[in-house]
Design a binder for this molecule. Structure first.
Ligand SMILES: Nc1ncnc2c1ncn2[C@@H]1O[C@H](COP(=O)(O)OP(=O)(O)O)[C@@H](O)[C@H]1O
Ligand SMILES: N[C@@H](CCOP(=O)(O)O)C(=O)O
Length: 292
């Protein structure tokens, strides 16, 4: 049996829609695999009751197919599904790493990005890699459709606040505008470049500024009850920037080290004021998937 861990991830980071992602130090999924004649799946942990065990419908089934590696697969969920924290990607990345090891396939972590993205296609209808890339490679990642992923290590404190509401990635993609104005394009490029420079320097001020996004985030924020108040509360408590994590409903804040506790409390209180229960992860940019 081989067991692997893969972290939660936060995609988009505001200005990098479908392009940027970051691995979180926690929470994470743990996946154990054992060779078998055909693939079977068992799921335990956070939100397990909402996750299909049919290999045709679970992301790890597609990963086992892509690697031609049938197995009994046990997924222990640390990342709640439909959280905006790359729940399906965490399972796909951990399964890819565990099956690669179990079947001695010899693929690198970079090779496994497209394999794990096949799993994502089961959920969202397209093989997007902006969650599986950081889940496999760790750090801050940039994906482009035609040339894989680039990763940069960064040392940065984060708070991911998960409210007790569900926003499916599929639904949140429907509110994304079809086109952008030139003014919004110019602003977005400036923000994305600022964020990238901030990640290379592990600078929370630059990264916080680069999270701003005039296009996708305002449309998606409307799906998250309390978003505006939670954002204001996090900024008042010392966050350097706030945005929707992935497709939501989680909200991501960047802060200087030492400010996480206050920012986390402010965000949970902000959701409470809007009548929504929430929990906050005091986390950081973390490592990619590992065999345990
Ligand atoms: N192994 C898995 N882990 C989590 N969700 C899964 C898995 N396999 C299939 N799914 C389905 O994927 C959907 C959640 O994926 P997604 O919306 O991408 O979540 P997140 O926003 O956390 O990334 C749910 O409908 C869930 O049933
Ligand atoms: N780029 C995708 C990312 C979805 O992330 P998730 O964690 O919500 O699945 C999008 O924004 O649709």
């Amino acid at each position: 049996m081989v067991t692997a861990r893969a972290p939660a991830t936060s995609a988009n980071l505001g200005s990098g829609f479908d392009t940027f992602g970051v691995a979180l130090s926690h929470p994470a999924d743990t996946v154990s695999v054992e060779r078998a004649a055909e693939t079977t799946i068992e799921v335990t942990g956070a939100g397990a009751e909402f996750i299909p065990t049919d290999p045709e419908k679970n992301v790890v089934g597609a990963v086992a197919d892509a690697l031609e590696a049938p197995a009994h697969i046990h997924i222990d969920k640390g990342v709640r599904p439909s959280s905006g924290l790359g729940s399906s990607a965490a399972s796909a990345a951990a399964a890819a790493v565990a099956l690669n090891e179990q079947y001695d396939r010899g693929y690198s972590r970079h090779d496994l990005v497209s394999v794990a993205a096949e799993g994502e296609a089961v959920v969202s209808g397209e093989a997007h890699a902006d969650n599986v890339a950081p889940a496999l490679l760790g750090g801050f990642t940039i994906v482009r459709s035609d040339d894989g992923a680039t990763s940069v290590d960064a040392d940065l404190s984060l708070v991911a606040c998960l409210p007790e509401v569900v926003v499916s990635t599929r639904d949140a993609r429907e509110v994304v505008p079809d086109s952008v104005s030139m003014a919004d394009h110019v602003e977005t490029v400036g923000n994305a470049a600022t964020l990238t420079a901030g990640m290379c320097r592990s600078d929370p001020e630059l990264v916080g500024r680069g999270l701003d996004d005039p296009v996708v985030t305002p449309a998606r924020a409307k799906l998250i009850t309390g978003y505006a108040d939670v954002r204001e509360a996090a900024l008042s408590a010392g966050a350097t920037g706030v945005t929707v994590s992935g497709a939501g409903p989680s909200v991501l804040a960047v802060c200087a080290s030492g400010r996480r506790r206050g920012v986390a409390s402010a965000m949970v209180e902000g959701f409470a004021d809007a009548g929504v229960g929430a929990r906050a992860y005091q986390t950081a940019v973390g490592d990619g998937a590992t065999v345990l």
